[in-house]
Design a binder for this molecule. Sequence first.
Ligand code: ADP
Ligand code: MG
Length: 694
Amino acid sequence: MKLNEVSVRYIKGIGPKKLKEFQKHGINTVEDLLYYFPHRYEDRRNFLSISQLKEGQSYTVKAKVIARGERRSFRKKGFRILEVVVSDGTQKLFCVWFNQPYLKEYFKAQTELILYGKVEIYAGRLQMNSPEFEIVEKDSSISLHIGRITPIYTLPKTISQRRFRQLIRFTLDKYITKINDFLPYDIRSRHNLLNIAKALINIHFPEEINLQKEAHRRLSFEEFFIFQIPLALRKLKNKLKPGIIHKTEGGFLEEFILTLPFRLTSAQQRVITEIKEDMAKAQPMHRLLQGDVGSGKTIVAIIASVIAIQGNYQVAFMVPTEILAKQHFLVIKERFSKLNRAINSALLISSLQKKEKERVYRQIKEGKIDIVVGTHALLEEEVQFRNLGLVIIDEQHKFGVGQRALLPKKGINPDVLIMTATPIPRSLAITIYGDMDFSVLDELPYGPRSVKTLLFSIEEANKAYVLAKEEIRKGRQVFIVYPVIEGSSRCDILGAQIMYEEFRKNEFKEFRIGLIHGRLRQAEQEKIIKKFQKHQLDILVTTTVLEVGIDLPNASCMIIQYAERFGLAQLHQLRGRVGRGSNTESLCILIADIQNEESHRRLEAMMKYNDGFRIAEEDLKIRGPGEFFGKRQHGLTELKIANPLIQLELLKLAKQEAFRLIHQDPQLVMPQHKLLKEKLIQRFPDYERLMVVG
Ligand code: ADP
Ligand code: MG
C-alpha cells in the first residue's frame, strides 16, 4: 500500500472540517501525518514536586486546580489577566495567562493538569507565565499522554495535543505494518539504522530515550540521503559528459600573470591550481568558488578565462547587475591591455542600443569575441557562441537555479565556475551543492580587514553622525545605508529617500551628499557612483544596491540604519564595501532597535567577527538554514528533522551511500531500489527527467 496515496480523510476522527485544517498544514496523506514529527518530548514518567522547582528553569508538573480568578492590569489598559492556582500537595504554583479569557473554562476546581513552562518568582511566589497545559482526563487512552515520554507537537489552536496523539496512535496501529522501507537493507545494516516502522513508532511514542535518538538518527539519515541522490546523479552525469581538455601549458598564461600589478595570494594560487587541473581534464568542470568580499575572486576568474582563451575558446562571464558587469568589463580590458596580444572583450547588458547589441551577438557568433561580460542579457536566445569553453557566474545566489543552468547550454559541455561571496559552512555546502567541487579563498590580499564595528541604539544616532563627520574631514567618504527606499507606516521606518532630503537640509548640510537606489535608472545610478568615485560626493545615502561587488576604496565609514532588519550575511557584504583600502582603519556603525533579543544577538556577532565564514555560521545557528538561504532556492526547508549543522557526520555517511548507490545503479533498476525510485519521483517532480542519460 502506498501511504502517500491514502488520504487522511480515511482516518477515523478526521471529518471534513479537520481535513481542511490539516491540509492547511500540509498534511494530506497518511504519510504526511506519520511524518509530522513532535518538536519536543516531555518525560512524564516521573514528575518533580512543585516544592522541588527552581527559578529560571522549565519544568513539567502535574497538579490540581485549587482556585482561579481574573483581573485587569493596572499598567496596561484593556489588558486582562487570568490567574490559576494549582497545587500538587507540596506547594502552590501560580499560573497566569494574558488576554485569553476563554481559557478560564478549562480550569474548574479540582481539574487535574499537566503544565509546562518556565518557573519564575514573582512577588515571592512561584509562577509560570502562559504555560503549555493539558487536562488530565480519566479516559482509556491515558497511557498516550502520561506515564511515558510524551510527544509534543506544533499544532494549530483548534487541534489539541491529546487529540493529535490519539490520531497518530490510531494511524500507526492501522498502517504501520503496511509501510515499506525504501532505504535498502544493506545500507540500513551497514550503519545500524532502525527500520522505518520502528523509527516511526519511536519518533512519536518512544519506549525509551535511546530509541527516540535512534529513530531521530534513522529519519535524519533518510532525509539527507534523499537529498543527496539527485546530486549524486547530476555529478555522475556531468562526469560522463565529454568535456573540453583545455590547454593549460604553453600558452600565454604565465606571461599574463607576470603583468599583474600584485602578487597572487597563496589562497589564489592554490585555487588557480585546482581550476587548472579541472580544466585540463576530459570532464567538464563544475566548481564553486567561495571567498569573502574582497578576497580577490575576480582575478581568479580572469585567469581561468585566460586558460580558455589561449586554446581559442570563448568565455561567458555573468553577473547580477549592470553596474557590476561594467565594472568587471573595465577591469578585464585593463588587465588584458597589458598583454602583448589582442584579446577581444565585449559587454552585453539589456540597456545597450539595439544596434550595438546586434553587433555583439554577431561577433560572439562569429567567434570574434573572446570574452563577454554581461548580465542575464547573456541568456537571450540571440546569444550564440562559436565555441563556448568556460562559463563564469558571479554572485550566484542572485540568480535562480534555472537561470544558472541556461548559460552552459550555449556550449558543448563547457567548464563552469560559480562564485559566491556568501560563504557557506562546509556542512551546508555539502547538503545543497553536493554535485559540485569546492574551492575557498580564505585569505584577503591585504591581510585581515580592519573594520571597527560599533552598535548604537536609535537614540544614539547622533554619535554616529559625529564620527562620520570626523571621517569626512579627514578626506574620507561615508555611506549611509537604509533597508528601504521609501519609508512606510506599515513597517514604520524611514527610508533612504526622505532621509536624504533631511540630511541635506540639516545634519549634513555643509557636505556634498548623493542618493542612490534600485529604482533609479541604470544611467542615473552610474552617474552617481562615478561622482562618488571621483570624490565629488562625501556621503552616499543608499539602499542595498550597494551590496554587490562595487569597488569604492576611499570610503572608510558606513552607517547602517535599522541594522536589525538585515540578515547577517547581508550586513557583512555591506560592510565589505568599506575597509578595502590598505592602511587605514575603517568604521562600520550599526544603528538598530536593540530591544529585541534575537536581533541583539545577531548584531553582537557582527561586532565580534570580521570573518564571513564565522558570521555565516552564527547566522545559521540563530536563524536556521531555511531562513538563511531564503525559502525559494534549495528546498532546505524540507529538511524537517535533519540538521546539517549538527549532524555533519551523518550527512557525510548519507552522501557517501547515495554516491555509492548511484554509481552502482544509476537508473535504479535493481529490484531492491524500486521503492527508492518511487520515493524520488514522488519527492522531486524532475527526477525522471534527470535519470534520462544525455
Ligand atoms: P571579490 O572577491 O570581492 O570579488 P575582487 O576580485 O573585487 O574581490 O578584489 C578586490 C580588490 O582586491 C580588487 O581591487 C583587486 O584588484 C584586488 N586584488 C585582488 N587580488 C589581489 C592580490 N593578490 N593582491 C592585491 N590586491 C588584490
Ligand atoms: Mg566580486
